[in-house]
Design a protein around this ligand. Structure first.
Ligand SMILES: NC(=O)c1ccc[n+]([C@@H]2O[C@H](COP(=O)([O-])OP(=O)(O)OC[C@H]3O[C@@H](n4cnc5c(N)ncnc54)[C@H](OP(=O)(O)O)[C@@H]3O)[C@@H](O)[C@H]2O)c1
Length: 318
């Protein structure tokens, strides 16, 4: 095994742990033995972890946790970025000192995570962080970037399209809006009044969600909407249908609707995440970090995320 000096934080190795499933109140920062990389594995000294709704959804109750193979005591968080500090036998593409980011299912908010590079899904994956991408940003890419990419691959927006994106100001929305714009589409994004300027900055034309949405979209796009992605629930699906968008050009990520395709983070095309990281590095895509918190404020950070009105991403510093 190859190693580098870990720069262990004072007091040893910390991890967010929960002894019972529930809300933010069950999250605690604990001293734990640092995990060790075995053959085919590497260990990352995590410097930043990005939060996603799935973090608190899958740890909210035993049934949800069981669907993701979690048992107690459980860890928390999936998106991470940091530096490789141990490499087990048989790992060839990574070396100690490499800057990396990726996904570690419900164990990322910790000083160390162990990853199997051959894993290859959002639950267990690692990528080199481009030089021009800082760790906080890299820690936001995996789940939201994969999900947006999978959703865009479902509706395939292009220069002739006007795409309605529901929940456009959230973590997945920032990627979906910008990727659709890069593909040449006109984007109308739903959000609250508070998010209007933010959506404009991302490249979307803002429209308020809620009653009357179809009329507001008609007024903005009298020529019609040709594709839609619902990142929040089903309102955008119903409005898109009402506006004549065919089901095969509508996509959900947060709910299922009969006849409408759903996109999932693990379904993103191979290389999609590297492409997103390259877009970030070259300044063509930016990821607004709405707030960052030290790990001992994990409950506060998770409460903010679970409020569902964050513009962009929340990051935990380690
Ligand atoms: N299928 C998958 O693999 C997959 C992967 C990732 C995420 N997801 C799901 O996708 C959804 C979006 O994830 P995310 O990370 O983007 O969530 P998020 O960051 O928590 O989304 C927050 C955004 O939701 C907006 N919002 C709040 N109420 C809304 C409403 N009634 N209608 C439309 N938008 C509303 C907010 O806008 P305002 O502040 O302007 O109200 C805010 O910008 C979640 O349900 C998540 O569980 C699924």
């Amino acid at each position: 095994m190859k190693t580098q000096n870990n720069q262990l934080p004072t007091g040893g190795s910390r991890a967010v742990r929960l002894d019972s499933f529930g809300g933010p109140e069950v999250l605690d920062v604990r001293e734990v033995p640092a995990p060790q990389a075995g053959p085919g594995q590497l260990r990352v000294r995590v410097t930043a972890a990005g939060l996603n709704p799935m973090d608190w959804v899958i740890t909210a109750d035993a049934d949800a946790a069981a669907r993701f193979g979690l048992s107690l005591p459980a860890g928390f968080g999936t998106d991470y970025a940091g530096v490789v500090d141990q490499v087990g036998d048989g790992v060839r593409s990574f070396a100690p000192g490499d800057r990396v980011f990726g996904g570690a299912l419900s164990r990322a908010v910790a000083d160390f995570v162990v990853i199997e590079p051959a894993g290859g899904t959002a639950a267990n994956e690692v990528h080199h962080t481009p030089d021009g991408v800082d760790d906080r940003t890299a820690a936001t890419l995996t789940i939201a970037g994969r999900t947006a990419s999978a959703a865009l691959a479902t509706v395939v927006p292009g220069p002739d399209d006007t795409v309605l994106i529901g929940g456009a100001a959230g973590g997945v929305g920032v990627f979906a809006v910008q990727l659709a714009r890069i593909a040449g589409a006109r984007v109308i994004g739903t959000g609250s009044a508070t998010s209007a300027d933010y959506l404009r900055d991302l490249g979307a034309e803002p429209v308020a969600y809620g009653d009357g949405l179809a009329d507001r979209v008609r007024a903005l796009a009298p020529g019609g909407v040709t594709a839609a992605i619902d990142l929040y629930g089903v309102e955008t699906v119903h409005v898109a249908r009402e506006l004549g968008v065919p089901d095969d050009r509508i996509c959900t990520v947060a709910a299922q609707v009969d006849g409408v395709p759903s996109a999932y983070a693990p379904n993103a095309a191979p290389g999609a995440l590297e492409e997103i990281a390259r877009l970030v590095e070259t300044g063509r895509l930016r990821v607004p970090v709405a707030a960052s918190f030290p790990v001992d404020q994990i409950r506060r950070a998770t409460e903010l995320q679970a409020g569902r009105h964050v513009q962009g991403k929340i990051v935990i510093d380690l």
